[in-house]
Design a protein around this ligand. Structure first.
Ligand SMILES: Cc1ncc(C[n+]2csc(CCOP(=O)(O)OP(=O)(O)O)c2C)c(N)n1
Length: 318
């Protein structure tokens, strides 16, 4: 089932919220209000929105350290996400996790993960749990193409087929693993061919097209829910900002990035909305609504208290 055209303005606003979230936290980082670094998803908003919008609230999702967009698209409150970035008690992980540990079980967000490929078996575990409990829930794992050389990637894909797990594997192929062009590290850069070798449906798509992303994931989710097992989707995209704050970006040219900007998902959805008859004023109104969400979240986060040092060990298991 395609994304109905009447939902496209909402998708545009949602992608803008994610883009503006990254812009706002870059500003806070530069003002010294966010410690450490973070990994922006600017340019990859369509994989997050198209992918997560095809899921139900009770479906599970895991994502990577580049996961702010995935988390927000799955339903994490923007206020809680912003507060987590600032290490505040009102953050989704009570200020203890930060950028790479966005988690909210109430919306099926099992967690972002800093370990390359680690979210893949976690999602498979959630899929297995749903299967054993005879629920019709599905789990989706987002990961980068750098994950395909990790052992757990292969172990999980193998078992997912054998056990017919209700699992959707979404590889966001942005051509670079951290700061290394993927063809320098990966023998089969068309990663869906690896997945196909395990015996599951595997496709490669233009994932900067949010409608295509949505319909592809939606079909995979429907198959998984009906007992048809896992699907692999390799979504071709591009990271417009550096790998992390402070990345000198010496591994790619400015011309390459400028060219990629012509193909970025928000610009493309804006063009599509205009083809459908939406006006510049309509798009400006959606952008103003996104700005308001971010301003509210920033105000909430900045005015929230820091965690009390006495709480430091409260969520520690052992
Ligand atoms: C197991 C493991 N090895 C190494 C690293 C260091 N590391 C951080 S990001 C990264 C590259 C990941 O590339 P990719 O999966 O393509 O994701 P992208 O950064 O492009 O989103 C590496 C090797 C890590 N976090 N985890």
């Amino acid at each position: 089932m395609p994304l109905p055209p009447e939902r496209l303005p909402d998708a545009y606003r949602q992608m803008l919220i994610i883009r503006k979230f990254e812009e706002a936290i870059r500003d806070l980082y530069q003002r010294g209000k966010i410690r450490g670094s973070f990994h922006p998803c600017v340019g990859q908003e369509a994989t997050a929105v198209g992918g997560c919008w095809a899921l139900r609230n009770d479906d599970h999702m895991t994502c990577t350290y580049r996961g702010h967009g995935h988390a927000i698209a799955k339903g994490l409150s923007v206020r809680e996400a912003m507060a987590e970035m600032l290490g505040k008690r009102t953050g989704c992980s009570r200020g203890n996790g930060g950028s790479m540990h966005f988690t909210d079980p109430s919306v099926g967000l099992l967690g972002a993960n800093a370990i390359v490929a680690a979210g893949i078996p976690h999602a498979a575990g959630a899929a297995l749990a749903g299967q054993l409990q005879k629920k019709d829930t599905v789990a989706l794992a987002f990961f980068g193409e750098g994950a395909v050389n990790q052992g757990v990637f292969h172990e999980t894909l193998n078992l997912a087929v054998i056990w017919k797990l209700p699992l959707v594997l979404v590889c966001e192929n942005n051509l670079y693993s951290e700061m290394t062009p993927s063809h320098e590290t990966t023998s089969t850069v068309e990663t869906h061919k690896r997945a196909a070798a395990y015996g599951m449906p595997a496709v490669r798509i233009d994932a900067n097209d949010v409608e295509l992303m949505y319909v592809t994931v939606e079909e995979a989710v429907a198959r998984a829910r009906a007992g048809g097992g896992p699907t692999y989707i390799e979504g071709m995209t591009y990271r417009l900002w550096g790998h992390m704050m402070g990345d000198p970006e010496v591994y790619r040219t400015k011309e390459e990035v400028a060219q990629a900007r012509e193909n970025e998902p928000i610009l493309r959805l804006g063009r599509r909305l205009k083809e459908l008859g939406h006006t510049d004023a309509d798009l400006a109104r959606l952008e103003a609504e996104a700005d308001a969400v971010i301003a509210d979240a920033a105000q909430f986060a900045e005015s929230s208290p820091a965690p009390d040092p006495a709480e430091a060990l409260e969520d520690v298991f052992a």
